[in-house]
Design a binder for this molecule. Sequence first.
Ligand SMILES: [Zn+2]
Ligand SMILES: [Zn+2]
Length: 134
Amino acid sequence: MMQIDGQCHCGRIRYRAEVDPEQVGICHCTDCQALTGTAFRVTVRVPRDRLSIEGETRIYVKSGDSGRRRFQHFCPDCGSHLFVHGEGEDADRWGIRWGGINQRQALTPRRQIWRRSAPAWVCAFDEAPAKAEE
Ligand SMILES: [Zn+2]
Ligand SMILES: [Zn+2]
């Protein structure tokens, strides 16, 4: 288990959690692409009782094709994506969005889902010319 902490970009929402580094995954689904504006989303799964949150998030409720609702938490000021959870038996199964976690460099994805929606370049862009900074 690993202790982590994190925050949204503006700092209004802060959190701490105890996570299993094996529970890091990538989602390539089209909802994640639309919600993030980018190619895929990285999330760390965590039981609700291992996560403590300071500050009040806003929630966008997404209904999947299956009809199940997913509660997407974001910062009301800066819009950073922070958490997700389901309902019913999934209500206590939360996910923390990777990008706000201070220890994220130590959290490597262990699985990918919805790979069929991924763009062809998603594992090939390391060949594009790169600069260390902007
Ligand atoms: Zn914020
Ligand atoms: Zn997704």
